[in-house]
Design a protein around this ligand. Sequence first.
Ligand SMILES: [Zn+2]
Length: 509
Amino acid sequence: MAVGKFHEILDKIISDNVPVKVVRVVEPVILYASSAWAPAANKLGVRKRLSAVQRSFAQKLCRAYRTVSLNSALVLAGVLPLDLRVREMASLYVAKRGAHLPVLGDRDIERVASALERPHPAEQVGIELRSLVDEEQYLEHRGYEVRIFTDGSRIEGKVGAALSIWIGEAEAKTLKLALSPHCTVYQAELLALCEAANEISRRKENVFAIFSDSMAALQTVADPDSLHVLAVRMRGALSHCKTQGKSVSLFWIKAHAGLEGNQRADALAKAAALRLKKKPNYDRCPVSFAKHVIRMDTLGEWDRRYSAEQTASVTKLYFPIASEAYRIIRKIEMTKEVAQAFTGHGGFSEYLARFKCKESPACICDPYVDESVAHVLLECPVFGSARFDLEIELGQRLDARELPNLMQKTCARNLFLKYAIKIIKEAYGSTSASWMRQYPGARLTDYDVAGMTIVIAFIKAARLEIAQSGFRCTAPEIGPAPSNSALTVSSATIELQQAIPTINQPTND
Ligand SMILES: [Zn+2]
């Protein structure tokens, strides 16, 4: 795999400021034909290689620092681990081809009909589909010898289908069909249509009309190229009717438009779903259901991995369960400040000291307390006032144990993130460059700290650390860091920043 080329393209996409969603095109590129090489993804070496590729683009997607762990970056970018995606694709591929999948239990997946089951092109019957939008149009087409109304329904997690057969003004016969609970309404509608065609081939009358309110099902049946197994079966039944000399017309009618036959079929389908106690007439699980089950299995595996690994400790404060985060994270607009709050990788002394960019991890408020993101957001007295305002708005005390709950609720989450962004911006914000220009080569001393008010001192200390550390956020909007990354700010770098303030230079690991 041309990993280098891939990085080049990715960096280009990021630096061109193409919307982040575009980056999601890279995953399908990597996953191309993955079902063929899926067994290789279980090897540790391959997994590591996939993780290395994915870590870099997940960090860029969530705008986090490049020191952020794979676990954290994946959760915040809302992307599943690549090796699990490979396994997913392979599972679906074999399931679609009839192989047994343990996650599906004893259910069989609905497979497309084989080309052998289709009629010879010369024997294909053309199916005309007409739409009746109101009762008036329906009344014009009610002169058929036998009218069959079909409907499918899903109610209380159960699925049923029904036929209501009318001769003249009266209902002559009804048929109820049961489907397995994992089936869709679309499958129920198709089954009802298929059964209607079978019923026609069994009857002695000659002119029939079938009315359904499912345009999707009717179009599938009318499309000669559709290989849906029920559509192929119905087309077979219709061509048999043709050889018997029977005429069958297909109509789409509007649902809930007050047509007696349609309402009757609807009620029968609901009753079939709720009360029919017999072996299902159709039990193939749709591909969508198989996808859902396989995805649930993947999320379970991801949860196990996420909680077993030691990394992402700050992210786990907010999202202790990876699959929960996967659901929530797409509702959050990820900015570099949010990423710093969720990862702890930012201009915090604890982080800088961990990466040997600062001597002491202590916060300005107390030399014995580490300045971690949790401390800054939840405890530090420097931001006591903003925190107090937030607690009033939330109606509760801000506590580390409450963070997962806050993330679940949209309103509380938005309030908290607004607060976190404000603090992170205030402390380590975009004005750092102008401060650096004001004091080129400055070094903050204890004397300076004593002479300043506590907030100003805190902000200056933090900004100076960022300026000196050379650490950069991987988000596109941040400017270039000093190229020598030494612990001094050279005036040449500052001049460079003044000259080209908007240059975007993606990082290279
Ligand atoms: Zn503090």
